[in-house]
Design a binder for this molecule. Sequence first.
Ligand code: TPP
Length: 282
Amino acid sequence: MDKPRHRLMDYIREDIMPHRFCVGCGCGTVLNVFANAVEGIGLEPTKMVCVSGIGCSAWIPSPYFKADTLHTTHGRPIAFATGVKIMRPDLKVVVIAGDGDIAGIGGNHLIHAARRNIDLSVFMVNNMIYGMTGGQAAPTTPTGIITTTTPYRNVEPAFQAADLVMTAGAGYVARWTTYHVFPLMESMQYALNKKGFSFIEIISQCPENYGRRIGLRSGNDFLKQFKEKSIRVDKARGLSEEELKDKIVIGKLCDRDRPEYVSELYNVTNEQVEKLKKEAAS
Ligand SMILES: Cc1ncc(C[n+]2csc(CCOP(=O)(O)OP(=O)(O)O)c2C)c(N)n1
């Protein structure tokens, strides 16, 4: 008898399973939610390009998602994705990578992609640490956390990447956690369908290289925390900074329509071509 085959296996590279993510890691959840989101809106993987950088989260699309993927250098997935989108505006270009990749070393690309409102869907898996390299503090590591590079405690404030891209001009910005799988899936679907720069911050867990030094040893420990600490954005409005300390504000943070970079670029180029043609004909 044939082995039963899960429907999502159309979206996942079966030949390299089982995957390499650590036990309890949030990356498997994000891959699952992403595959469900793509399937749910009937997005054809052959019409997509997924771009990632270097890190555990970067493995979600590459090699595991079954579409054309670019596994680029650390910090540069948005820069590569920008090039792909300019050359192939017909394709859906999705970036999935870690907070180190996107908000740390790649922070400048993030700002300018949001400012341009370029039509990319960027899903930043924020595990609050440099997971792949062994647990060094990232710009997203909360204050007070013990990591390999902050053995006494982290004295820096965590970078709020979602706030940054919102201010820079992104079309759609949301934040969810790996506990909120259904709203995250719907949010991904919305982002994939929205023209312009869409950014979802996915608060995720790294029990091995983040949790182990702060007493959160399993994926479940994190999920319980995510559930308890999360507060919907509409409830968070009106609360003071002190009241929001240690809370994770979840939900849609912004949704607006602004001119999109690649369309504008093509418009101005076509205008010039027409103008030159007319000049040559006269
Ligand atoms: C230019 C460059 N700098 C540093 C590194 C080392 N490095 C590889 S992955 C990584 C951090 C990964 O953290 P993140 O992007 O948050 O992904 P995670 O592994 O936590 O999912 C670093 C610093 C590298 N490969 N290239």
